[in-house]
Design a protein around this ligand. Structure first.
Ligand code: ATP
Length: 464
């Protein structure tokens, strides 16, 4: 794999050209930090979500899924602390009026050597002044003071203009799991420890450049809350660190491109927190977080809602408010990492010694948008048989059909979108019902009876 060949610009361009991701509101000049998933992107994203759900919900006897509302009672955000403190340190350039996050400016200026997470607003201001951090846009050093900026998007509900209630688009999915703790526990008769998982949209008013889909104002999170006794918190924290890591390895990530990073500054309620960082083309950056949040979340909801969140342990007959181990990963951010890890430019030499480059996406087959491309060798001769094959196979997995251009060109088109198998319908297929299957990674071909293709492909696209 020639990992060094990838820049973010190249990836953005590839994604737009083949149909993974387009700029949001493209024909109107876009909207900062929004992106739309195209025909390939939506498949890839669905498969990323499926792989996560399979691993953390389907394969667990003790984790249950929910799909909570995006709009929640505003008291939820008072209880969670978001109304008061979901703030970023913002400052404006008085010359060109561009707004920045102070911590990002410092991180970029120091090339990651300084960690602004451990700084107060005053310390950040002092750093920017002392190190002459200038506006990246206009180059001036003409800053406002650093101020708090709440990142929640607000909207209102109500029938009359006067009677409007302020509500928020959720900035994280986690609260949907916390507020449903009692519902899920009662309806599933689950015993602590157990988990609640959710995949859904979150919204944050991010003003810094997003680096493609790394940071967007609307994104999907895959969050898993594990409710346990406080005494078991440290053990389950380690367990979820391993599970989160193993999930990434099983998706095909190289260990050398991942690393744990412990948080230097813990939230006042947290017992432990770390991220798994990935080596993106923009540098090492957060892919997911794992936190031991103690009993903070349920205790706060108990306080604000007036409903007891205590759990009666049937074995010890003691009552306690469970602690939470949170594992949270951005679906879009994981998808970006999947794209980065999959992208490759391979140098090939043909039998006449001519050099060529093939762009290939080495996705885990489970994640690949299409599993099989069905290619009639000649449109006229085998076109209708190939359509029959498509009709049969597409009942089992996503397939695509291509009957234009030489077979070589069609293979390349599939390589650059990561289709693991190309199935060629040729003269012999009409005689003996066998087909050629070409493997994306090795480029090797095998001949198979058509009747065996579904089982063969199914066995190769598993995520375990
Ligand atoms: P960051 O430091 O990158 O802003 P965070 O620490 O605020 O992220 P969390 O609140 O812990 O992130 O959210 C959990 C996960 O959600 C992150 O690890 C990331 O994968 C994803 N995520 C958070 N914010 C965004 C965003 N604006 N766009 C895309 N994904 C995001």
């Amino acid at each position: 794999m020639s990992r060094d060949c990838l820049t973010m610009d190249k990836l953005v361009s590839h994604c737009k050209t083949v149909g993974f991701v387009y700029p949001g509101s493209d024909i109107y000049g876009g909207l900062a930090n929004t992106w739309d998933y195209g025909p390939l992107g939506v498949e890839l994203k669905n498969n990323v979500k499926r792989s996560w759900w399979k691993r953390f919900v389907q394969e667990s006897t003790a984790t249950f899924g929910v799909d909570a509302a995006i709009l929640m009672n505003s008291r939820v955000w008072d209880a969670s602390g978001h109304t008061a403190s979901f703030n970023d340190p913002k400052l404006d350039c008085k010359s060109c009026k561009t707004r920045y996050r102070a911590d990002t400016l410092i991180e970029e200026h120091s090339k990651g050597a300084v960690n602004p997470d451990t700084m107060t607003y005053e310390e950040m201001g002092a750093y920017i002044a002392e190190h002459h951090v200038n506006c990246p846009r206009c180059g001036n050093h003409n800053w406002t003071a650093i101020r708090q900026f709440n990142m929640m998007f607000s909207t209102s509900r109500g029938v009359t203009e006067e009677g409007q209630d302020l509500i928020y688009l959720r900035p994280e999915t986690a609260q949907g799991e916390f507020v449903n703790f009692l519902n899920v526990q009662r309806t599933t008769r689950a015993k602590v420890p157990f988990g609640i998982a959710q995949i859904g949209k979150s919204f944050r008013n991010e003003i810094t450049p997003g680096n493609f889909i790394f940071r967007t104002i609307e994104f999907e999170q895959m969050e898993h809350q594990w409710f346990c006794h406080a005494d078991d918190g440290a053990r389950f924290y380690e367990e979820y660190k391993s599970k989160a890591w193993q999930y990434l390895i099983d998706l095909g990530f190289d260990e050398s491109e991942l690393r744990f990073k412990d948080h230097e500054k813990l939230a006042h309620y947290a017992a432990a927190a770390c991220d798994i960082n990935y080596h993106f083309p923009i540098g090492w950056s957060e892919l997911n977080g794992i936190h031991n949040r103690t009993d903070y979340d349920l205790t706060r909801h108990q306080e604000y809602s007036g409903k007891s969140m205590a759990y009666l342990d049937p074995v010890t007959n003691t009552r306690f408010v469970p602690s939470v181990i949170e594992y949270s990963i951005g679906c879009d951010r994981l998808l970006l990492a999947v794209l980065c890890a999959a992208y490759d430019e391979e140098k090939l030499v043909d039998d006449k010694g001519r050099e060529d480059t093939r762009v290939v996406m080495h996705f885990h087959p489970f994640l690949a948008p299409y599993k099989v491309a069905i290619l009639p060798l000649q449109k006229k001769e085998q076109g209708s048989k190939a359509r029959e094959v498509f009709a049969t196979l597409s009942k089992h997995f996503m397939c695509t059909f291509d009957d234009t251009g030489s077979i070589g060109k069609r293979y390349r088109r599939q390589d650059q979108i990561g289709t693991p198998f190309c199935l060629t319908v040729d003269f012999d297929t009409l005689e003996d019902d066998t087909v050629t299957l070409r493997d994306r990674d090795s480029m090797e071909q095998i001949r198979l009876p058509l009747s065996e293709v579904v089982d063969y492909v199914q066995s190769r696209i598993q995520f375990n």
